[in-house]
Design a protein. Structure first.
Lengths: 498, 341
């Protein structure tokens, strides 16, 4: 092991490798920061360029994009209120409120700090207990996955912004959108009206961009038009990039660790992934600090910790089982194969030093994310000093490009505009938008897994209670859903006794 | 208030315009596909004048995606014809096929097609006039086999034992494949027909089905051999048979279904196709370029790493092969009762 580690260090710590890690990290951050371009886009665009370089350098570029990308999504989430990637959707809630209150720099700093924390802890977990986590991931069959995603969906309770009924309506709308497209079991069309582009369903990216960007854009333009002498609130020079201070770090620490563990495990489960981890992270934050939603650092820190911890988790299943847990891992698997490295159970025996080199690279990449973001942040927060009306004009054009880019489809642009109008009406009538995104992100998984579980059980519902994991998540979901009813009761009970 | 109305009006206008833009595409389809004999009038066509657009029907990072990207890379680099690969995913390939058919048949829009050209059509996910006849083959590139695998501790360790077990437990054994109408489902169903057994098909993609097999949630998986190789080599799963004429290069000890006595040899082909009506001259230019890339040592060794057999065929041969495969798929789907057109 020590000998292998020595070899690994000589492979990992070379000028060439550092160069490629740095390129990957910057690319990841930049791509993820632009709504519509995700790190998956960056991964696939730069895949052909890795053909000609050494295996470890190629994988370093890819891991840089993956880890940098998980962090980069928070930049636009905090500063513009538009998540750069689906994983950053939960970060918008508190991050954007903080930014509006002039604390955008602090929110961004917290997001970076939390991301790097989650990233490093997940790599450490991967190094220490990869085989164990892989075993846990294997116990997640369709029934368990259904329960996990159901638990994710139950976090709608924490996203209600004070009106549960409207939150549930929004969430159901999101779920409804996921029924458009191909039936996951019989492969026939649903609600497509034989219009081919709808067969790929209503995409997450166009909906997310429309729902987050448009209410803001429309409102700002309306306000601007209403009074001719539209004055910018002068927040200049008040915005400074800052990491959380020691007191705040201390406050965040225990739950950062909790969120890292959770993110790693969810990342390791095929079908889990960043958005689920981030929303569960947010609900964790909400349960610890009920003021989340009105601009709390916790609301930024935990989703970001959890979604970055996914990177280590995804690598666990990829390296130990050879199974990619999400689309980014699938592309990285491709890079491994191109360079003749076959991930899977044999990997640690065949390519020991290389795998340790990869672990070291991942740690270095996380440090790089911290460094680049530290300098980058000072640049990014300048965005907040721009006149909002000018900024939003630019964002409007970026949203169109972003919606088109994911699937090279004009229909996606139409969907974005329609959803944008819908979200604007929802906002005007106090419907929260985030539950809609939650429903849309999780709807496909929940339906597919439920139907597969039912096929496997022969139509019987008893798979709910078949395994400990299912029962556990069912209980957690129920607890979560009933908490608004139970909490006051319990409080009264205890209050009465006192 | 007036300005507000104006703004909403503008936005609505923008919306309508983009809707029109989106809808105008399929409308252009009909003439392209119903006029197969569009002649190449000018003797000298300046082709290519601009980059070509290659539609990939599957998500970024999948095996077929990476192989296609390598191929376009080689065509672009060595032959000097720039090709940009775009993933147009959805409908089991229908979204991408319909996109390509909606463009002008001028050779600038081509598709990395496969057996799915037949499965999506016969399942009813393509318009009635957009079957195999709407496409012109340019070149076949690869052939990929499927394989059947079970857990290492399963009570059956050979294909014969598996079939015997299924006969004793009709309809009980769960076989994960990619869902009704998918290629892997057809393979599994063809085995059912050939062996006279009946299993329960579970729709799962390759990554979920492998996890489910390792976790014991399903009894067997029918995936592309590429998705099975790693686990088989590590001894985590037991591959009972591969589905092709010959044994797979990476799994030489695993028998084929055919040599085990079940006459199922259907393989997934992948090649390049264009809308019918593309000038013959353009097709032949593309054919030369793609065949050269496919025959290059670079591509051959790349494909070998992926466990993909390179089987280049020229345009004429590919057209015949596609038609033959289409018939086979159609017959199979007919017997399964999932053929609608």
């Amino acid at each position: 092991m020590l000998e292998q580690l020595g070899q690994a260090l000589t492979i990992a710590i070379t000028a060439e490798n550092f160069f490629f890690m740095a390129i990957g990290t910057v690319l990841g951050i930049v791509f993820a920061a632009i709504p519509g371009l995700t790190f998956s886009t960056a991964l696939i665009l730069f895949l052909p360029m890795t053909f000609g370089i050494t295996p470890i350098a190629a994988i370093s570029v890819m891991l840089g994009i993956f880890c940098g990308g998980m962090t980069g999504g928070s930049i636009s989430a905090v500063l513009l209120g538009i998540p750069g990637t689906p994983s950053a959707a939960a970060t918008v809630i508190d991050g954007f409120v903080l930014a509006k209150n002039g604390q955008g720099g602090k929110a961004l700093g917290t997001a970076v700090y939390a991301s790097v924390f989650g990233g490093i802890v997940s790599v450490l977990i991967m190094i220490c207990v990869a085989p164990l986590i892989a075993k846990v991931a294997l116990t997640f069959g369709p029934a368990e996955l259904f329960m996990l995603v159901l638990f994710g969906l139950s976090t709608v309770v924490g996203l209600s912004e004070g009106n549960m009924l409207k939150a549930l309506i929004a969430c159901l709308m999101g779920l409804l959108f996921t029924t458009v497209g191909m039936d996951p079991v019989v492969g026939l069309q649903r609600f497509t009206f034989h219009f081919a582009p709808l067969m790929s369903g209503i995409g997450i990216m166009p909906v997310m961009i429309g729902a987050f960007a448009f209410p803001e854009i429309i409102n700002t333009f309306l306000e601007y038009k209403k009074d001719k002498g539209y004055k910018e609130k002068n927040i200049e020079s008040s915005v400074k990039a800052a990491f959380p201070d020691n007191k705040e770090k201390k406050r965040l620490l225990p739950l950062n660790i909790e969120a890292s563990l959770m993110g790693t495990v969810i990342g390791a489960i095929p079908g889990g992934g960043g958005p689920v981890a981030a929303f569960l992270g947010y609900s964790l934050a909400k349960s610890k600090n009920p003021r989340c939603g009105s601009g709390e650092l916790e609301g930024v820190a935990w989703p970001e910790t959890a979604n970055n911890a996914v990177t280590g988790g995804a690598m666990i299943t990829l390296l130990t089982l050879g199974i990619p847990a999400d689309s980014a891992a699938a592309i990285i698997l491709g890079v491994f194969l191109i360079h003749g490295v076959v991930p899977g159970p044999m990997l640690f025996q065949d390519n020991g030093p290389m795998i340790y080199a990869l672990f070291i690279s991942m740690l270095i990449i996380n440090v790089m994310v911290l460094v680049f973001q530290f300098f980058g942040m000072k640049l990014f927060v300048k965005v907040l000093n721009l006149p909002k009306i000018n900024l939003l004009a630019v964002i409007l054009s970026v949203t169109v490009v972003g919606a088109y880019a994911t699937h090279v489809s004009f229909t996606d642009i139409t969907i974005m505009f329609l959803i944008g109008l819908l979200a604007w009406f929802m906002k005007r009538h106090q419907f929260p938008v985030i539950p809609l995104i939650l429903g849309l992100v999780l709807g496909g998984e929940i339906e597919r897994n439920l139907r597969i579980a039912l096929l496997l059980s022969g139509g019987s519902l008893n798979f709910f209670l078949h395994s400990v994991v299912s029962v556990l998540f069912l209980a957690l979901s129920l607890l979560m859903l009933l908490s608004p009813i139970l909490k006051p009761q319990i409080a009264r009970l205890f209050g009465g006794k006192k | 208030m007036k300005n507000q109305k104006g703004f909403v009006f503008c936005l609505t206008l923008l919306l309508v315009l983009s809707l029109l833009a989106a809808c105008s595409q399929p409308a252009a389809t009909a003439p392209a596909s119903t006029d197969p004999a569009a002649p190449a009038s000018s003797p000298q066509i300046a082709y290519p004048e601009k980059p070509k657009d290659l539609t990939i029907l599957f998500g970024a990072g999948s095996a077929s995606d990476v192989v296609a990207r390598r191929l376009t890379d080689l065509v672009t680099k060595d032959i000097g014809q720039t090709i940009v690969a775009n993933n147009r995913v959805g409908g089991g390939g229908a979204v991408g096929y319909q996109h390509v058919l909606s463009t002008d048949p001028d050779g600038y829009n081509i598709v990395w097609n496969s057996t799915s050209i037949s499965t999506t059509y016969h399942q009813g996910n393509m318009p009635a006039d957009q079957g195999i006849e709407a496409f012109a083959g340019i070149a076949n590139i690869t052939l990929e086999s499927a394989a059947l695998a079970v857990g290492p501790d399963a009570p059956y360790q050979t294909i014969a034992e598996f079939v015997a077990y299924c006969q004793e437990h009709p309809g009980e054994v769960t076989v994960a494949n990619s869902g009704i109408g998918s290629f892997n489902h057809l393979v599994a169903a063809a085995l059912e027909n050939a062996a006279g057994i009946s299993v329960k098909h579970i729709p799962m993609d390759a990554k979920q089905s492998t996890t489910a097999l390792l976790g014991g949630q399903v009894d067997a998986i029918c995936n592309m051999t590429f998705d099975i190789v790693q686990q088989e080599q590590a001894g985590q799963i037991k591959t009972l048979a591969v589905v092709s004429e010959e044994r797979h290069a990476l799994l030489p000890e695993v028998p084929t279904l055919k040599e085990s006595g079940y006459d199922v040899t259907i393989m997934m082909y992948r090649g390049i196709a264009a809308p019918k009506g593309t000038p013959a001259e353009v097709i032949s230019k593309l054919e030369t370029a793609f065949l050269a890339a496919a025959n290059s040592e670079d591509f051959q060794s790349f494909a070998a790493q992926y466990g993909v057999e390179v089987k280049p065929m020229g345009a004429a041969e590919f057209d015949l092969y596609m038609a033959e495969q289409d018939q086979e798929v159609a017959d199979l789907m007919e017997t399964l009762g999932i053929k609608t057109q």
